[in-house]
Ligand binder design. Structure first.
Ligand code: PHB
Length: 393
C-alpha cells in the first residue's frame, strides 16, 4: 500500500517534471545567435531619424559587447524609407526568416502601427525607439517604448507659456498622430493656464509648404506660434518664419523640442536664438552620463551631434540588453517581462519603463536656444519630474 502510493506519487512527479521541463525548454539552441532587428527610415525625408537611432544603437553594442547569456548578438538594420507597407513586410521577414528575438526602431507613428499586429501574432517584443503618438502603446501588448509621447513633451511648454506673458497663440502641427496629440494637449493645458488659442493649423506630413500658413499667422499676429513638426523638418519652417518676417512682427516661436532638434539646430543660425521649447532630451543636458554619451557618440560619428532620436535608440538597446540578460536570452513573454519595470540613468536623466503601461516615465525640461562655445544648444532651465504620458489620463 505504502509502496504503491509512493510509486504513484513518483509517476505523478515524473509527469509533472516532464511537463514543466517541456514547457520551459528554451526555443533556441545555445549556438543560435540572438538577433535584434531594427527597422528604420535610413532613406527618404526622415533619414536623419534612422541615422541617429542606428548610430546610437551601434554605439551601445560597441560599448557593451556582442555576447548575452553565452550567445552571440547580431544587430540587423533594415531601411523602410519611411513607408508603412515596407515596414510591415520587413517586420514579417525579420520574424519569419531571420527569427529575430526582438524588433526595434520605428521612425514614424504609422510605421510602428503597421508592425504592431505582427508583434502581437508572433509574440515578438517590439521596442518603439522613435515614434511618439500616445496611442501606439495600445496597439500591441508586446510594445515597450523608450522614446517619448507628444502629450508628455507638450505639457512643459503649454504650462510655461501663460506664466511668461504669452496670452494668444496660434498652433501649427503636422497633420497626423503626434501632431494631433500635440495640438490637443497644448490647447487644453494652455487654456487651463488662462491662455487663448485663436487658430489651429495643420500642415501635411510630407512636403509641407509652410508659406501660406505662416502668412496667415503673421496676419493674425498672436503673441506666439506653437509648433510641432517631426524631427528633421524644423529647419525649413524656421527659415520661412524669418523670411516672412514673423520674428520682426513680434511673434514668438514656441515648440516641442522636435523643432529645435540637436541634429539640425546649428544649421538654423541666429533665427533660432531665444526659442523656448520643452522636451525630454538636450545634447546640453548637464550630467556625467550625458557628457560621456555625447563624447562617445561624437567620437564614433565625427561631425554628428546626438539628438533625442539617438537617445531613444541608445536606451532602447539598454532595455533590450538588460532584458535579454535577465531572461537568459529568451524572447517572447519572458523578455517582455524583464523589459518592463526597468529604471535607470539615461543620458536624458532618470527614466522608468512603467511595468503597467510599458511606456516611459521621464523628466521633461524647459529649454531656451542659446549660443554656447560658438554652437547653438537647447539650454535647460526648468524641469517637470517623472512625467507619465498625460495622453492616457
Ligand atoms: C512620430 O511619427 O511619431 C514622430 C516622428 C518624429 C518626431 C516625433 C514623433 O519628432
Amino acid at each position: 500500500m505504502h509502496k504503491r502510493t509512493s510509486l504513484r506519487r513518483l509517476a505523478a512527479v515524473a509527469i509533472t517534471a516532464g511537463f514543466v521541463t517541456g514547457a520551459t525548454l528554451p526555443a533556441f539552441a545555445q549556438s543560435d545567435p540572438i538577433r535584434i532587428g531594427l527597422i528604420l527610415p535610413m532613406s527618404g525625408p526622415f533619414a536623419s531619424t534612422g541615422r541617429q537611432v542606428e548610430a546610437a544603437a551601434k554605439l551601445y553594442v560597441a560599448q557593451h559587447g556582442s555576447t548575452i547569456a553565452g550567445r552571440k548578438v547580431e544587430l540587423i538594420v533594415k531601411d523602410d524609407g519611411g513607408t508603412a507597407d515596407v515596414t510591415r513586410r520587413l517586420a514579417q521577414e525579420l520574424v519569419v526568416n531571420d527569427k529575430v528575438t526582438v524588433l526595434g526602431g520605428f521612425g514614424l507613428t504609422p510605421l510602428a502601427l503597421a508592425t504592431a499586429p505582427i508583434a502581437t501574432q508572433s509574440k515578438t517584443p517590439m521596442v518603439v525607439m522613435a515614434a511618439a503618438t500616445s496611442s501606439i502603446i495600445d496597439a500591441s501588448p508586446f510594445i515597450v517604448r523608450t522614446s517619448f509621447t507628444l502629450p508628455q513633451a507638450t505639457i512643459g511648454i503649454a504650462e510655461w507659456a501663460p506664466k511668461n506673458g504669452i496670452r494668444r497663440v496660434v498652433t501649427l502641427v503636422s497633420d497626423y498622430g503626434p501632431g494631433i496629440d500635440a495640438e490637443k494637449v497644448f490647447v487644453a493645458r494652455f487654456t487651463q493656464g488662462g491662455g487663448q488659442v485663436t487658430d489651429s493649423l495643420r500642415v501635411p506630413l510630407r512636403n509641407p509648404d509652410f508659406a501660406p500658413f505662416l502668412q496667415k499667422v503673421r496676419d493674425a499676429k498672436p503673441d506666439a506660434l506653437f509648433v510641432f513638426l517631426p524631427s528633421g523638418v524644423g529647419g525649413q519652417m524656421m527659415k520661412q518664419f524669418t523670411e516672412r518676417g514673423l520674428d520682426k512682427a513680434g511673434i514668438r516661436l514656441i515648440a516641442t523640442g522636435d523643432v529645435t532638434d540637436d541634429d539640425i539646430l546649428n544649421g538654423m543660425g541666429d533665427a533660432a536664438l531665444g526659442v523656448v521649447t520643452s522636451h525630454h532630451y538636450s545634447a546640453a543636458h548637464d550630467s556625467p552620463a550625458n557628457k560621456a554619451f555625447v563624447e562617445a557618440f561624437t567620437k564614433a560619428n565625427p561631425g554628428m551631434r546626438p539628438n533625442f532620436m539617438a537617445v531613444g535608440g541608445y536606451d532602447g538597446m539598454r532595455v533590450i540588453y538588460k532584458g535579454l540578460e535577465a531572461a537568459k536570452g529568451a524572447g517572447g513573454e519572458a523578455l517582455l517581462a524583464t523589459m518592463k519595470g526597468q529604471s535607470f540613468e539615461s543620458p536624458r536623466g532618470p527614466v522608468t519603463i512603467d511595468a503597467a503601461t510599458r511606456d516611459i516615465v521621464q523628466d521633461i525640461y524647459i529649454r531656451r536656444v542659446e549660443r554656447v562655445g560658438g554652437q547653438l544648444y537647447n539650454v535647460e532651465f526648468d524641469v517637470l519630474r517623472a512625467v507619465r504620458d498625460p495622453g492616457r489620463g
